[in-house]
Design a protein around this ligand. Structure first.
Ligand code: URA
Length: 445
């Protein structure tokens, strides 16, 4: 077998076998296949695509390049959750303690943010002292005793994805649905869960800008998960507007804590409740009939009510405090939000006219937030944990000229004007309130 023949076969639209994929990917990790051949291969995949069978095989090869967590000795059912990323997407930080309060184990391996989408690890790092680079033994202990743990991806988990992702970034081959699906699923399957709920975002602030692509990605990831014996459900959710009111790390942690205290913004609450409900369902599922009841809403409502109960009785907040404490964070910060980082410079963004907000574009808000220091433009950039944006108004709200639609937070005011301009480029105000957004667009399983 020669690397060049595999590249040619894919270039000409051929279907690759698992053996061929394994030869190519494993050879790359052993430095036997050079970067220039891997780059051509990625471009060939980008243009020729891969069928579902090839994508499943590629995922298996990438998964077996590293370790899969063996959590079998933890007896309770384990359900994972993953989001393809969005602006103000802090769902995991509320959902993990909520689902743990229901007695389900939630092992969560998360990433840092890149570009306009935030990462769970960066958000958590704004809690003084909190560590996510914990040893695997501590991760397991937290999972057993608290019910959830969140750690950074280690070098040993799906290393092929780490290498390939960096090369895809540099060769304009990120946007291939097969490559995205195998990249995400190789990491998620290495978590060793029994079930998985995926939040596939669609809209201006998401990776998949249109519903059709989001649907293809969701279907492919669900197929990969199920074919590997991990029961997988994907919810396609709206990301044309940021979730909740806070964008930026420390600001989002404050919003999560308020949410766990029962004061969650309605759009954020809807996503947390629905995803949590599907996780509870996957943990309980014993018959096809339950699936029908989830879809017709009866069972979904019951699970959502159960989840609300864990927030209202304080059990989810208690789990979160235990987590912060166990991962070396200062639990006092959960009670006293002034212990979380706050910015030196604060600037309101004023409404240019009277009317209803008809658009509050997630991409523009995300870009403005990066300019304020809340996100990275490259993987090696530092971030300002206090930076970000509070949205005082969202689409559908009425404003009077001069009202503060949002407040910008930063420690470096050199780009505040540019951030304000980008923010305002994403705002539209009209005479009539827009139709309410449909947050949950589709369910795929
Ligand atoms: N997130 C990933 O983990 N991989 C991709 O390819 C795209 C988004």
């Amino acid at each position: 077998m020669r690397a060049v023949d595999i590249i040619r076969k894919k270039r000409d639209g051929g279907k690759l076998t698992k053996n061929e994929l394994s030869f190519f990917i494993d050879g790359y990790l052993r430095n036997e296949v050079p970067d220039y051949q891997m780059s051509s291969f990625l471009m060939a995949v980008y243009f020729s695509g891969m069928n579902d069978e090839e994508t499943v095989a590629l995922t298996e090869v990438m998964l077996s390049s590293g370790v899969v967590l063996d959590l079998k000795d933890i007896k309770s059912i384990k359900i994972g959750k993953h989001s393809t990323g969005g602006v103000g997407d802090k769902v995991s930080i509320i959902l993990a303690p909520v689902v743990a309060a229901a007695g389900i184990k939630v092992p969560k391996i998360s990433g840092r943010g890149l570009g306009h989408t935030g990462g769970t690890i960066d958000k958590l790092a704004s809690i003084p002292g909190l560590r996510t680079n914990i040893p695997l033994s501590k991760f397991r202990e937290n999972l057993e005793t608290i019910g959830f743990s969140i750690m950074e991806q280690t070098e040993e988990m799906a290393p092929a994805d780490k290498e390939l992702y960096a090369l895809r970034d540099a060769t304009a081959t990120i946007e291939s649905i097969s490559l995205v699906a195998s990249s995400i699923m190789s990491k998620k399957l290495s978590e060793g869960t029994d079930g998985l709920v995926l939040d596939v975002k669609t809209g201006s602030g998401a990776f998949m800008k249109n519903l059709e692509d989001a649907r293809k990605l969701a279907q492919l990831m669900v197929k990969i998960g199920n074919s590997e014996g991990v029961r997988t459900v994907a919810l396609i959710t709206d990301m044309n507007e940021p979730l909740g009111k806070a964008v930026g790390n420390s600001l989002e942690i404050k919003e999560c804590i308020l949410g766990l205290r029962g004061r969650c913004e309605p759009d954020l609450m809807e996503i947390v409740l629905t995803l949590s409900a599907w996780m509870l369902y996957l943990a309980d599922r014993i018959s096809e009939d339950m699936e029908t009841q989830m879809l017709n809403g009866h069972l979904l409502k019951r699970y959502k009510d159960e989840v609300v109960g864990y927030i209202n009785n304080g059990n989810a907040l208690k789990k979160f405090i235990e987590f912060v404490d166990a991962q070396h964070g200062n639990p006092e910060a959960v009670f006293n939000l002034s212990l979380l980082p706050s910015a030196k410079h604060i600037k309101p963004v004023k409404a240019p006219r009277d009317g209803f907000i008809t658009r509050l574009d997630a991409w523009a808000v995300g870009q403005a937030s990066v300019l304020l220091g809340a996100g990275r433009e490259t993987m090696v950039d530092d971030i300002d944990h206090a930076a970000g944006i509070i949205l005082n108004r969202k689409s559908g709200d009425h404003v009077t000229e001069g009202d503060a639609i949002a407040v910008l937070h930063t420690n470096d005011d050199s780009r505040i004007k540019e951030a304000e301009e980008i923010f305002l480029s994403g705002v539209e105000i009209g005479d009539r309130a827009p139709a309410p957004r449909k947050l949950i667009r589709e369910i795929v399983f």
